[in-house]
Design a protein around this ligand. Structure first.
Ligand code: SAM
Ligand code: SF4
Length: 468
């Protein structure tokens, strides 16, 4: 039998890429590949790239420069190292990648990962292989399922893609071009994935999609199901104690999703709802198709049915034409909503998007100063949110051993890491996969420290979530 070939995948960017990297491992495992953490002993290195901002996509070229040296060293040692570029840079730049970095053997877009074995073989035979089409077949039908042992090794929390692509065309964003049009997977396929994950120890599922609440997959009744309906069905899967979804668009929040937050104890009261700006003028230039007031109304609808709910968001600072008044509106919106956390980015012009042709660029110094002010406000809100947990008893889903010997770490409903020491005589492994109440005593940077507030049962079966 041939010895296993070693695969190293480096992933950049969003959750979708983390998930895609796992699916690439699942495609290549039956081909005799095993993962390695080291680039130097890899037979195949895949860069799973992100094109969302210029900085992210330029990183790929500096990494390819380093990989050229690693490949030369492998050749000197008599080994062949193949190099593949996957993800959104592959999709957006295609042949340009090979022109700038001839060291690349394979360029593969996000819709073609199921063709990786054939592309590697073609690169072996012909020196190079590129595939950045949007193939007519659905890649999900061809992606192999991970083995039970692989699922277990990946831990108790898993991502499941339910929707890909985006039809919204925000003027700054490359996603509709790199990931293509919106496609939803059928309910039955998602349910089968979730049941298989649950059977192999997964307790928490995060449904992912570029625009996840635009989900409209075929249901078993022949109708298109909404995300809310899908969540309701998945909450009934034995073993699944927590459900999340990301990333949502404010315009796609419908009554079913609000009802799911009202009715499902397993649906965590923490929603990532990007708004990008608090200025109606900038929101219109971004083609967001909602105003700041529309966004506030959506937030109010969630809060009306689930008082425990908290939000995070994305903001772009320095979109072309953003004035001091526009930026002040963003700060006002953040102050009004009160976030548990948020990401803020400097606007980055992306080739091919309408905003890249807009002329009124915000000067770099102004941009830096605005980003700093926004981040300070968000940090202050996040610290206040975390501090508010001190003295409370909150449910924690335990995930793995902590950094200190004997310690175990899990997450609250709001994804805050929480660390505890199990009671004397109890192995921390026995708690993995269980939701238990923890009394929070203190905060160390972003982590909560506390003590179990109930004696855990001695068996490893998870308890039902009791809500936040
Ligand atoms: N679909 C989501 C939405 O509706 O906002 C997010 C998709 S995108 C992968 C994640 C975030 O990257 C966006 O919310 C936005 O804040 C940021 N982003 C996208 N394009 C950008 C650009 N050209 N410059 C700076 N940030 C950008
Ligand atoms: Fe990009 Fe999100 Fe807008 Fe779609 S909705 S274009 S993914 S920012």
């Amino acid at each position: 039998m041939a010895p296993p070939r070693k695969l190293h995948i480096k992933s950049y960017g969003c959750q979708m890429n983390v998930y895609d990297a796992q699916r690439m491992v699942d495609v290549l495992t039956p081909e005799g590949f095993v993962e390695t953490a080291s680039v130097d002993d890899a037979d195949l290195v895949i860069l799973n790239t992100c094109h969302i901002r210029e900085k992210a996509s330029e990183k790929v070229y500096s990494e390819l420069g380093r990989l050229r040296l690693a490949r030369d060293a492998a050749a000197q040692a008599g080994r062949t190292m193949q190099i593949a570029v996957a993800g959104c840079v592959a999709q957006a730049e295609g042949e340009e990648i090979v022109r700038r970095a001839p060291v690349v053997d394979v360029v593969v877009g996000p819709q073609s990962y199921h063709h990786l074995p054939q592309l590697l073989a073609r690169a072996n035979a012909q020196g190079r292989a590129l595939e950045t089409e949007f193939p007519v077949e659905d890649k999900f039908g061809f992606l192999p399922q991970p083995a039970p042992a692989t699922i277990r090794a990946r831990g108790i929390s898993a991502f499941v893609t339910v929707q890909e692509g985006c039809d919204k065309f925000c003027t700054f964003c490359v996603v509709p071009y790199t990931r293509g049009a919106e496609v939803s997977r059928p309910v039955a396929a998602i349910l089968a994935d979730v049941e298989r994950l649950a059977d192999n120890g997964v307790r928490e599922i995060t449904l992912i999609g570029q625009n996840v609440n635009a989900y409209h997959g075929d249901g078993p009744d022949g109708r298109a199901w909404t995300l809310g309906r899908l969540l309701q069905r998945l909450a009934a899967v034995p073993g699944i104690v927590r459900l999340r979804y990301s990333t949502s668009h404010p315009n796609d929040v419908d009554d079913d999703l609000i009802a799911a937050h009202r009715d499902l104890a397993a649906l965590m009261p923490f929603v990532h709802l990007p708004v990008q700006s608090g200025s109606d003028r900038i929101l219109a230039a971004m083609n967001r198709k909602h105003s700041a007031a529309d966004y506030r109304r959506v937030i109010d609808r969630f809060r009306a049915v689930q008082p425990q709910i908290a939000f995070s968001s994305d903001f772009i600072v320095g979109f072309p034409g953003e004035s001091d008044v526009d930026f002040a509106a963003t700060l006002a919106l953040v102050t009004q909503i009160g976030y548990a956390g948020a990401y803020s980015f400097k606007y980055s012009p992306r080739p091919g998007t309408p905003a890249a042709d807009m002329q009124e660029m915000v000067p770099a110094a102004v941009l830096d100063e605005r980003l700093e002010r926004l981040q300070q406000l968000i940090d202050a809100q996040q610290s206040a949110f975390n501090k508010a947990a001190i003295g409370q008893t909150v449910d924690v889903l335990f995930e793995r051993a902590g950094r200190k010997p004997g310690q175990i770490v899990g997450r609250t409903a709001y994804l805050q890491p929480a660390h505890v020491f199990p009671p004397p005589g109890m192995e921390s492994d026995a708690l993995v996969g269980q939701v238990l109440p923890v009394r929070i005593d203190s905060l160390e940077r972003y982590s909560l420290l506390g003590e179990l507030a109930a004696t855990p049962p001695q068996h490893a079966r998870p308890l039902a979530a009791t809500g936040a």
